[in-house]
Design a protein. Structure first.
Length: 542
């Protein structure tokens, strides 16, 4: 029997770059999660009796919200809920399940790379029937609904046993607990040359994969160790923990420093990789060679035809605006269209659906393709393994050959975290006001050519997304981008993206900080970072 629970709107339920993210304590308030889930069901497109996918990254509070979502879905006329065993589905696996089983959408419960635990973060994201994050028009409709909601619907049913595979009835709705890993592993086998990778492993190729006690552990163990033959122990921190072992499950030099120590140590394996809380990000580091995510996108695009799933070539490449232009140079050389979108995977969905782009990427360690509609950490790792196995070279050599052919985009991102929101807003407001007067201005030996605030016109549906970050372009192709994060849960995070291009024949083998030193100084002079925030150095450099 459906029960109507009267409610009133909860403030602050506007989804950010990737869903609604708040502290667990906020989600534990009465009506908070229920209101949001009901608002989703009230506005999204779905036929009566359609299927919904539900799963998360296993963080604290995951199981509670899954049980809430199942009861609310049953009361709202869904015919079926597909849920990963133990409530676990990585973000790319959830995208795959939505597509494979023709679900009308899915709820992905994750705060991605943010820490987990009773005092840390939780999140809910809705993905549409193509398997991708809801586009802005949908997230805005959901937000509008959260502001007027006056009830949510539920049924009185016991919790579903999430640890036992198989079907259960919840009133008229079926709940299928499915194996989280097998569909995904099968998809990977259809895209990559597992035999070539296995042969490389048998020939002595070694790797270390850090699952960061997050969702990719079971996927990585099954694929890397069981199916590809890497020895047991190749996957480190492979058991998903509710608090990720107290760490930030963010695969970068700061939070995955143990992997870095291994990869830059004397006994480094050939290849190192890591993934984030929900499995959609990837870190690639070769023996004594870090590959920036922007470079990884370019290198994967240039070599993707070596994997069976991409043997026919690519339709196009898409990157988010702050991502370096390294991929643009590959697109140009291959005669492919290249798209520049705002930050966040939701902007790639239309391009992928329309067949205009095959590979997409973000500087934040997100890479993916048209195989699902999310970025996909293990996919990127497997494409790298496939390419290295076919070319029979190491990461360092591949990178050097790439730069010799395309030039090198030295790149770094500086994050200033947990800033008082008013100060971060003041910095951005002043910067925006100064844009029209910046052209032609010199900063040290750099001269600004143009400055603007990025606005995106979606070539597929004609929608416009404005205010997506300030771009300062210098003569000669260097660039600084400023934007505020849309995924944090404490104060504001300022992201400063720094990029300098060295052409073929230039200085291709230098250290990134020294190559970016002038740009770092210019960025502070232009935006007044120290003046506004009192900070003289970033908290995190990636
Ligand atoms: C960040 C990244 C962005 C990414 C988003 C979600 O957003 O910059 O590239 O798509 O996180 O990734 P923001 O607004 O904080 O800069 V995940 O792995 O957290 O789903
Ligand atoms: Co993520």
């Amino acid at each position: 029997m459906t029960r109507t629970v009267p409610s009133t709107p909860c403030s602050g339920q506007k989804p950010g770059t990737s869903g609604l993210r708040k502290k667990v304590k906020v989600f534990q308030q009465p009506n908070y999660a229920e209101n949001f889930i009901q608002s989703v069901f009230d506005v999204v497109e779905r036929a009566p009796g359609s299927a919904l996918v539900v799963g998360g990254d296993g963080r604290y509070h995951n199981r509670t919200v899954i049980q809430q979502a199942i009861r609310i879905a049953a009361a709202n006329g869904y015919g079926k809920v597909l849920v990963g065993r133990g409530g676990i589905l990585s973000t790319p696996a959830a995208s795959n399940v939505i597509r494979k089983y023709g679900a009308s959408g899915g709820l992905i419960l994750s705060a991605s790379h943010n820490p987990g635990g009773p005092d840390e973060d939780f999140g809910i994201k809705y993905n549409i029937a193509n398997g991708g994050p809801a586009p802005e028009a949908v997230t805005e409709a959901i937000y509008a609904r959260t502001q007027t909601i006056d009830r949510w619907l539920t049924v009185d049913a016991p919790d579903v046993d999430l640890d036992r595979l198989g079907s259960t009835q919840v009133e008229a709705m079926t709940v299928d607990v499915i194996d989280s890993v097998s569909d995904y592993a099968e998809l990977m086998e259809s895209l990559f040359d597992f035999n070539a990778i296995r042969a490389n492993v048998e020939g002595g190729f070694t790797m270390a994969f850090d699952a960061m006690s997050a969702v990719t552990g079971p996927y990585a163990i099954e694929i890397l160790e069981n199916r590809l033959g890497f020895p047991k122990g190749t996957v480190r921190n492979g058991i998903p923990l509710e608090d990720f072992g107290g760490h930030h499950p963010d695969p970068n030099m700061v939070h995955a420093h143990e992997l870095f120590d291994t990869m830059f140590g004397p006994d480094a394996p050939d290849f190192g990789a890591a993934s984030d809380g929900d499995g959609d990000r990837n870190l690639i580091v070769g023996r004594h060679r870090f590959v920036t995510p922007s470079d990884s996108l370019a290198m994967l695009a240039a070599n993707a035809h070596l994997a069976p799933g991409y043997a026919g070539g690519l339709n196009g490449i898409a990157r988010s605006m702050p991502t370096s232009a390294a991929a643009d140079r590959v697109a140009e050389a291959l005669g492919l269209p290249c798209f520049e979108t705002p930050t966040g995977w939701k902007f790639f969905g239309n391009l992928l659906d329309a067949g205009m782009a095959t590979i997409c990427g973000e500087e934040s360690a997100g890479t993916g393709s048209d195989h699902v509609r999310e970025k996909d950490g293990l996919w990127a790792v497997l494409l790298w393994l496939n390419i290295l196995a076919v070319r029979r070279i190491g990461v360092d050599q591949l990178a050097r050959e790439h730069w010799a052919r395309f030039g090198r985009n030295y790149y770094a991102r500086h994050d200033y975290e947990a800033l008082p929101t008013d100060r971060a807003d003041a910095l951005m407001a002043e910067l925006n006001q100064s844009l029209s007067s910046l052209s032609g201005k010199p900063f040290g030996n750099l001269t600004i050519s143009t400055a603007d605030n990025f606005s995106y016109l979606d070539p597929v549906d004609g929608s416009t997304s404005s205010n997506q970050g300030v771009r300062i372009l210098f003569e000669g192709g260097s660039r600084v981008v400023f934007r505020l994060s849309g995924t944090g849960t404490e104060g504001a995070t300022l992201r400063v993206y720094l990029e300098r291009y060295e052409p073929v024949g230039g200085d291709l083998d230098r250290e990134t900080p020294e190559m970016l030193a002038d740009l770092i100084r210019a960025a502070d002079a232009i935006a007044g970072i120290a003046r506004h925030t009192g900070r003289t150095a970033p908290d995190v450099v990636t």
